[in-house]
Design a protein around this ligand. Structure first.
Ligand code: SD4
Length: 319
């Protein structure tokens, strides 16, 4: 089966096609996840995956991605990739060609380029419009001059656009509404029980440059173990990565919980500590039984509809 977050049918269809290419072996779930997610990166699924969406405070897009093999437990991940568009393929190269797990920033770009990926701009006209929007709001465009009180500007001390302050104006707070989420996270399982999971996103909008989200963190946005199953999640990455929800879910199933119970456990664990957060959780056991749930004001409206796409034998592509 192939299951992924949101109504990204094109990605799901391509992954399902690749999973059913008759060649067998562990390569099949890997190529399904990488190929499926690559489609989303190319077509900029909901502008939240791939280049040209959700710029940081400086107006630049950066990408996070991860690939995990549930058989070998190997992971390749990238964070804050700024000049290469195919983030999931770079993550695959980290997995297959290095002894490392996560590469970030300039080093990740340079590694990818040395592996043959072309440098390309990740920005778009949308980014530029979005940047104009925030500079109007926060008084001037030079990020670095805003960092400390600067007598050359009237801006005063730097204040991040995205703040935790509950009294801040709504426009200053991080909002994961319908137009500020949609990371793709995906799991593929073949008939022999091989599992791969993957993620790709351009993250949340207006974050500080250098921010890496949950999509790069193994155990947070994705985790797989052929012996048990897999989980993929997305939402407010700065909260989620503190709880490693995908790892939690897989370990809950290992301890005997059903996918539905594991989903509930993840949400309740975070709720114990955090009042408001947004998450979409997909949990699937190694035999393909699954549960999906969205939590939080921005996400919950997707429950049951558009929250996920699944293809499985006899049931190609269904939300
Ligand atoms: C992040 N999880 O970077 C992503 C944001 C997102 O659906 O797209 N959530 O925090």
């Amino acid at each position: 089966m192939v299951i992924n977050t949101w109504a990204f049918a094109e990605a799901n269809k391509e992954a399902w096609r690749l999973l059913n290419v008759k060649k067998g072996g562990i390569g099949q779930t890997r190529s399904a996840v990488v190929g499926g997610i690559s489609v989303c990166e190319k077509i900029q699924c909901d502008k939240s995956v791939g280049y040209g969406g959700n710029p940081d405070e400086r107006g630049d897009t950066s990408l996070d991605a991860l690939l995990m093999d549930g058989g070998t437990m190997e992971v390749g991940a990238v964070g804050d990739l700024r000049h290469i568009r195919s983030a999931i393929k770079v993550a695959q190269h980290v997995l297959e060609h290095t002894l490392h797990t996560l590469l970030v920033g300039d080093g990740a770009d340079e590694f990818a380029n040395a592996m043959g990926f072309q440098y390309e701009s990740l920005n778009s006209e949308d980014n530029i419009a979005s940047l104009k929007n925030w500079t109007t709001h926060n008084c001037q465009p030079n990020f670095w001059r805003n960092v400390y009180p600067d007598p050359r500007t009237s801006c005063g001390p730097y204040k991040p656009l995205v703040t935790r302050d509950p009294d801040a104006k709504q426009s200053d707070r991080i909002e994961i509404g319908p137009d500020n989420h949609d990371t793709i996270t995906m799991a593929a399982i073949d008939e022999a029980g091989h599992i791969h999971v993957g993620t790709s996103t351009n993250g949340l909008r207006y974050t500080l440059p250098g921010r890496v989200g949950d999509a790069s963190i193994p155990g947070s946005a994705a985790y797989a173990d052929n012996e048990v199953g897999a989980a993929v999640t997305t939402g407010d990455g700065d909260i989620l990565m503190r709880f490693l929800p995908s790892l939690l879910a897989v370990e809950a199933m290992r301890a005997g919980k059903t996918p539905a119970e594991a989903v509930e456990l993840v949400i309740q664990r975070i709720r114990k500590h955090v009042d408001f957060f947004e998450v979409a959780v997909i949990v699937v056991n190694r035999l393909g039984a699954y549960a999906v749930r969205c939590h939080g004001t921005g996400m919950a409206r997707y429950n049951g509809e558009f929250a996920y796409m699944v293809s499985s034998p006899g049931q190609p592509v269904r939300t």
